[in-house]
Write a protein that binds this ligand. Structure first.
Ligand code: SF4
Length: 281
């Protein structure tokens, strides 16, 4: 079958051709980290997540902190059945959730793997937001928590950093669909999110105005939003941005969020821009 699973719409047979995401037919996992603590408190909790880092990516931002695995394909290959067996080989009660990190380009295979299966901990879809609303609809049958980024508002900026002029168009529609499908956030007694939506936004250097437009979209379109505003930008890989975020830039975005009443969620300590927070591949 030809792959048009994401907004890139490569229209290629992944059995014989490689599309923009770099992935073939099977799921490729670069790394699994047990008890992963570097997500938001309602995701990591006290136990930490079972973090599954997929290889390849359909967005491939030039500054990606995980570029060693997202811009190339490394790791082990799994069929859908093999992927399910891998998850079941862990004692899942030891973790807060299963954190699927950059999974979009394997959406169809992950649905095939997990459809109809009942898992004892939530499945978290930790994505770039560059997805199709119709795929989100299919994913909602297997995903408990959607945790997309909403990275950019401007098509010029998304084009420059991610070669995706239509990023906001798809991400905004997909996030609205996620909210429609998971309208209420449900937490367990330990504060771990069992079902719902968290929208992440990483503030970029020189992009405060774009961040403000992103926040305005959220305020106007998502009822009772739960958001995570992040400061951890680090100029990795071929980043044309050569510096970290200034504290004043982050503060300006946080102040604006507060001013318009977006105060349900998380902000980061400014020191999170330290490289120590980035898992080593
Ligand atoms: S998932 Fe990969 S191959 Fe399929 S359309 Fe997206 S980028 Fe292209």
């Amino acid at each position: 079958m030809l792959c048009n699973d994401c907004p890139r719409e490569c229209n290629i047979d992944r059995n014989s051709t490689i599309g923009y995401c770099g992935a073939g037919e099977n799921i490729i996992i670069a790394k699994v980290i047990e008890n992963f603590m570097w997500e938001e408190p309602c995701i990591s909790g006290n136990k930490g997540a079972l973090a599954i880092f997929f290889s390849g990516c359909n967005l491939r931002c030039e500054f990606c902190q995980n570029y060693k695995i997202s811009h190339k394909i490394i790791g082990k290959e799994y069929t859908p059945q093999g992927f399910y067996e891998l998850l079941m080989s862990y004692q899942l009660s030891k973790f807060s959730c299963i954190d699927l990190i950059t999974p979009t380009h394997f959406s169809s295979k992950i649905i095939e793997a997990l459809n109809g299966k009942s898992l004892p901990i939530p499945i978290v879809w930790n994505s770039s937001g560059y997805e199709k609303p119709e795929m989100i609809e299919k994913l909602s049958k297997i995903v408990n928590v959607f945790m997309p980024d909403l990275k950019y508002f401007s098509s010029q900026i998304s084009s420059k950093y991610s070669k995706a002029e239509n990023y906001f168009d798809f991400a905004s529609k997909s996030i609205k669909k996620m909210k429609e499908l998971k309208p209420i956030n449900i937490f367990d007694k330990e504060g771990i999110l069992q079902s719902g939506l968290i929208i992440r936004h990483l503030v970029l250097p020189n992009s405060v105005k774009d961040s403000i437009k992103v926040l305005n979209f959220i305020k106007e379109n998502i009822k009772d939003p739960f958001i995570s505003i992040m400061s951890q930008f680090t100029p990795y890989n071929n980043s044309s941005i050569k510096r970290k975020l200034y504290p004043l830039e982050y503060k300006a975005v946080l102040s604006y969020a507060e001013k318009i009443g977006l105060n349900n969620g998380y902000k980061q300590e400014y020191s999170s821009s330290d490289e120590n927070f980035i898992p080593n591949f």
